[in-house]
Design a protein around this ligand. Structure first.
Ligand code: SF4
Ligand code: SF4
Length: 282
């Protein structure tokens, strides 16, 4: 059994308590929406919600996969809620967001794995919230181009798909997903002429060499936006943290990534895929 590693000072979290935070929570509750901020127990919730930013999670709250680092509930999901795309759009409007970030659970139970629901969500936001930029963080759809292309055809401003970790650790911590499949999803995004973005968690036991290798693989498929953040164990049942990476190393990795040609890199202990997402726009 792994010894428990103490959390360093730099990971102490600021809690949000001001008016905007409460308003954000009220709007989300009113529309019965799920956010990754809450279900992922994101450490930035105070900061983001206080600024009026939230990442919506569509497709329900139950995922068909069971990644070892993820706090989302696993099981047999409920049927899709056809009202959900409109509710997301209404919330984006009510929160006055300028940049909307949307992600979803994986719906391997559905014939189209949720592709049409994604398309409808983007359309509803476009219709109700003109001028709002949209970032989607999509599942791998098992790499199936016919399910990914319809989403890309809606031309979201940024399309993200997270690698989560290096090649060696992918089968250890991710469920069903493969490293090469995720690379192929990013390749499809870039080939469609859209900014391809990905995120890696550090502290899962990866080596420096493996991180650099992953960066090279990402540049090969023209992925241009990268986020690097510290993995935090959501509960004792989840994969244990192997290392708390020092902020200086995050800063160093950012410089290395920029040197390899990534256009935008967010790197720091509390960085999450959707953290400061609005800054990734051209
Ligand atoms: Fe939500 Fe993303 Fe901010 Fe975390 S970083 S609170 S998931 S918007
Ligand atoms: Fe979590 Fe994995 Fe499901 Fe994504 S696919 S919501 S990371 S369990």
């Amino acid at each position: 059994k792994q010894p428990h590693i103490r959390k360093p000072e730099w990971l102490k979290i600021k809690l949000g308590s001001d008016v905007t935070y409460d308003e954000t929570r009220a709007v989300l509750q009113q529309h019965c929406l799920h956010t990754i901020c809450t279900s992922g127990r994101c450490p930035n919730q105070g900061e983001c919600w206080s600024r009026g930013t939230a990442t919506f999670m569509i497709g329900g709250a139950v995922c068909t996969r069971a990644c070892k680092f993820c706090n989302t509930e696993t099981g047999r999901p409920l049927p899709l809620d056809p009202e959900e795309p409109r509710h997301v759009a209404e919330s984006v409007r009510a929160l006055g967001l300028k940049h909307a970030v949307v992600t979803s659970v994986d719906r391997d139970d559905l014939p189209d794995k949720g592709s049409a629901h994604w398309v409808e969500t983007i359309r509803q936001i476009r219709e109700l919230c003109p001028g709002v930029t949209i970032e989607v963080l999509i599942p791998d759809f098992d790499g199936q181009a016919e399910l990914i292309a319809p989403i890309l055809q809606e031309r979201p401003e940024v399309v993200a798909h997270n690698m989560e970790t290096v090649r060696r650790l992918t089968p250890v911590v991710r469920s069903r997903a493969t490293y090469d499949c995720s690379l192929s999803v990013l390749a499809q995004i870039a080939e469609a002429g859209l900014p391809a973005k990905t995120g890696l968690m550090l502290g899962l036991g990866e080596t420096q060499e493996e991180i650099l290798e992953t960066m090279d693989d990402l540049r090969q498929v023209d992925c241009s936006i990268l986020t690097l953040g510290q993995y935090l164990q959501p509960t004792r049942r989840h994969y244990p943290v192997q290392e708390y990476v020092h902020p200086d190393r995050f800063a160093e990795l950012r410089e290395i990534a920029l040197g390899k040609g990534f256009r935008h890199v967010e790197s720091g202990p509390l960085v999450r895929s959707s953290y400061h997402a609005e800054r990734h726009l051209l």
